[in-house]
Write a protein that binds this ligand. Structure first.
Ligand code: ADP
Ligand code: GN1
Ligand code: MG
Length: 365
């Protein structure tokens, strides 16, 4: 596997930043892409990213999606009196006019103007910040409610197909290529015991109870930028997985990541607890942002979105651990197993408080 740094100069040369680049540093805490912040001589900053070849097999299709969605957002944000320079990502064209650049190893790079005077949070330090992210993700869904879903490519096939995620886990356990399965039997058993759960949302979709919408599919708190001063969520970023999906998954992935007080890889599981107040705060904010977009059944299934996104993410971390950490970036050994364990703990907590979660969402029906 090549490192992104080896191809940084090539890709820097491929984009016109308006002035020479004077500083390029690794940036952010995403688990997937290689992200750099570029500062130019005139003081302007840009985000330059190598799209993860492990995650995205068709980066050209992904960039078609992002170009289409960001141009659409630009238009409706302008029409409603907003500021498209701050409220949506904008793709910076390469010197040859393309939306991205392929380096000599065949990897795809793209650039965006850096959205300044914003903060990006790794944990919900206050309920107000978490609510702000909820309004932003809810609004994102509302803004895209009429976007032609049929024009979107599936950038990661079966991304939130939880049944398939479990099948992938079973295959990884069977293959056990790194001899790690024996050491994570409790986590494997935890997932296997919830096989029936994996079908709940998919079955509701097949039955026509839940609609397919244009969704973000990766609604972590650090995928929304907040205004530095007002602390309001202003721009939803990381649009790589915008695809047809379920609204409850956008809700659920935010809960998974943000409705607790510890890092995703916390090793002291006694600290990992679902915060019911944060769940309630996010529910109110997400529905406010969505502004009536969601149908009654979608609201009813919100607790399932939270549980399934957490269970599924735990399965994905565990699968990657068993396969030798090839998908999610890691900074230390066993980090993916630690991440899996926090997800199991959160799922257990959700199960223990299920009636309360239902009562919270039922207030909005
Ligand atoms: P990944 O898929 O690896 O999570 P992201 O697209 O989320 O990649 O980018 C990683 C981080 O880079 C974000 O969490 C955020 O901190 C920062 N970032 C991305 N785009 C911008 C932007 N246009 N302006 C400012 N910061 C950004
Ligand atoms: C990845 O790209 P990032 O870091 O925002 C992953 C999500 C996981 C998340 C777990 C494309 O999100 O699906 O939920 O890590 N993104 C992709 O932290 O796989
Ligand atoms: Mg991200």
């Amino acid at each position: 596997m090549t490192t992104a740094e080896q191809y940084l100069n090539e890709s820097l040369a491929a984009f016109d930043f308006g002035a020479p680049a004077v500083e390029t540093v690794r940036f952010g805490e995403g688990h997937i892409n290689d992200t750099f912040a570029v500062r130019t001589q005139s003081g302007k900053r840009f985000i330059l990213q190598r799209i993860s070849p492990a995650a995205f097999k068709q980066p050209g299709q992904l960039m078609e999606n992002i170009t289409g969605v960001t141009q659409y957002l630009e238009q409706i944000i302008s029409q409603s009196g907003g500021d498209p320079n701050r409220e949506t990502l904008r793709v910076l064209r390469a010197r040859d006019g393309a939306s991205c650049f392929y380096d000599s190893a065949g990897c795809c790079w793209r650039a965006f103007p850096f959205i300044e005077e914003t903060i990006c949070c790794q944990s919900a330090d206050t309920p107000e910040l978490f609510a702000a992210s909820g309004r932003a993700f809810g609004r994102f869904q509302q803004l895209l409610r009429d976007y032609p879903a049929e024009t979107l490519h599936e950038t990661i096939p079966r991304f939130h197909d939880t049944e398939n995620r479990l099948a992938n886990l079973k295959a990884a356990v069977q293959a056990d290529t790194h001899g790690r399965a024996a050491a994570c039997q409790p986590e494997i058993d935890f997932m296997l015991a919830r096989e029936a759960d994996c079908s709940v949302a998919l079955q509701a979709l097949r039955d026509g109870e839940l609609p397919l919408r244009v969704t973000h599919n990766d609604t972590k708190l650090n995928n929304v930028l907040m205004d530095e001063k007002t602390k309001e969520g202003i721009c939803v970023i990381d649009l790589d997985t915008v695809m047809p999906g379920l609204s409850i998954n956008d809700f659920g992935d935010s809960i998974r990541f943000g409705a607790n007080h510890c890092a995703e890889d916390e090793t002291d599981l006694s600290k990992v607890n679902l915060d019911l107040n944060l769940f309630a705060v996010y529910t109110a904010a997400f529905l406010e942002g969505a502004g009536g977009t969601l149908a009654d059944a979608e609201i009813r299934f919100l607790p399932w979105g939270a549980k399934l996104m957490t269970l599924e993410c735990g399965m994905r971390f565990l699968t990657d651990y068993l396969e030798g950490d090839v998908y999610f970036h890691i900074q230390r050994e066993h980090q993916n197993l630690d991440r899996c364990r926090t997800q199991c703990k959160l799922v257990s907590d959700m199960e223990a408080h299920w009636a309360e979660l239902e009562a919270i969402v039922n207030q909005y029906r």
